[in-house]
Design a protein around this ligand. Structure first.
Ligand code: GTP
Ligand code: MG
Length: 340
């Protein structure tokens, strides 16, 4: 039956179809019938952009389809996604709707051009205890604040892959900011991911959550790579893993764009004993996250218990550093007398 679908679709004139139609959905692509479309979706590719960036050989494996079909589908998705250009004016209009969430530290906000942005992925990487999760807690509270206090009067989604979400910390930070602690917790939807497949599924659920609660303005994934790293040790190839991570990241970027939400993801760094010069740590996701994330913050421990954030590879902001503190009150600027 699937073979029939493919044949029928292949019988149509590819070029004509490609140039005249804007495909909105995976199932609209030539060569994709409803059975194949559902296999593709079940494998975690939710839209044409995700498919356009897919590796055909991975599709063969995860969707159980033939290689020529997979190659054709990916080629069509790439062709189709080229049509999604917008004019510079449209782009400018879209940028105008970008909003920012305060991190709690003015210095860190300034480094990020005003705070963590909607329509973008902000990746924070650093070693154990550097404060990646603490920034996430702060953002999940601060997003709920009124605009004049650095928030968006919004709600948050939190995908917890390590079991490190702490309700008590949210309550504590909320109280400091004058919010109702229980209400602040109520405004955060937590999804605990138990495997990388589960993580993929939870991300796929997000559009449903946002449709049900349009106040959602922040998506946290803490941490992005932990499950992938744990599961792919000794099984599968690095390329397979990266491919799957890439799909999740592109889905997150699509969510950020489509719903005007901020995406904040954390990523551990491993010591690299083989690196003799330069930075001895490297983000676990390798370079794949760097290519998708718009803002990358490298966090390290600084003097006297402070933290230092470095903005890396930003397309629009100068590279720089900001120091802040993690206290019982949350992420804060370093007090003037301590700077001396
Ligand atoms: P991993 O998830 O292990 O990779 O680390 P991380 O980067 O997520 O670290 P996290 O954000 O959990 O930061 C942990 C650090 O934050 C601790 O070592 C403390 O210094 C600080 N911290 C966490 N909670 C509190 C708190 O309630 N009060 C104070 N003063 N500091 C805290
Ligand atoms: Mg953490």
């Amino acid at each position: 039956m699937e073979e029939d679908e493919i044949e029928q679709n292949e019988a149509t004139d590819e070029k004509e179809v490609s140039s005249d139609f804007e495909y909105k959905d995976i199932k609209d692509l030539p060569g994709v019938g409803s059975a194949i479309a559902s296999k593709i979706r079940n494998a975690g590719y939710q839209d044409i952009i995700a498919l356009a960036t897919a590796n055909p050989l991975t599709l063969v494996e995860v969707c159980d389809i033939g290689e020529p079909t997979a190659r054709k589908i990916v080629a069509e998705a790439r062709e189709a996604s080229k049509m999604n250009f917008m004019s510079g004016l449209e782009f400018e209009d879209k940028r105008k709707s970008v909003q920012r969430i305060s991190t709690g530290s003015e210095a860190l906000n300034i480094l990020l051009g005003g705070g963590v942005e909607t329509q973008s992925i902000t990746e924070c990487y650093g070693e154990y205890g550097s404060g990646k999760s603490q920034i996430a807690f702060q953002l999940a509270v601060d997003v709920q604040l009124p605009l004049e206090k650095g928030g968006l009067e919004g709600h948050a989604i939190w995908i917890d892959t390590e079991g490190t979400f702490r309700p008590a910390r949210i309550e504590q930070l909320a109280a400091v900011k004058g919010l109702d602690s229980k209400q602040a917790l109520q405004n955060i939807k937590i999804g605990r991911a138990y495997s990388s497949d589960h993580q993929v599924l939870l991300v796929d659920k997000i559009p449903e959550l946002i449709n049900a609660d349009p106040k959602i303005k922040l998506i946290v994934v803490d941490s992005m790579m932990a499950l992938f790293r744990a599961e792919y040790v000794g099984r599968g190839t690095l390329a397979d893993r990266q491919q799957k991570v890439n799909v999740v990241l592109h889905n997150l970027q699509r969510l950020a764009d489509r719903f005007n939400v901020a995406v904040y993801i954390t990523n551990q760094v491993m010591a690299r004993p083989d690196v003799m010069f330069g930075d001895p740590t490297t983000a676990v996701g390798g370079h794949i996250i760097g290519h998708v994330a718009t803002y990358r913050i490298y966090l390290r421990k600084g003097k006297k218990g402070s933290r230092v954030a470095k903005l890396v590879d930003s397309p629009s902001l100068p590279e720089g550093e900001a120091s802040f503190e993690i206290t019982s009150n949350g992420i804060t600027d370093i007090e003037e007398e301590k700077k001396k």
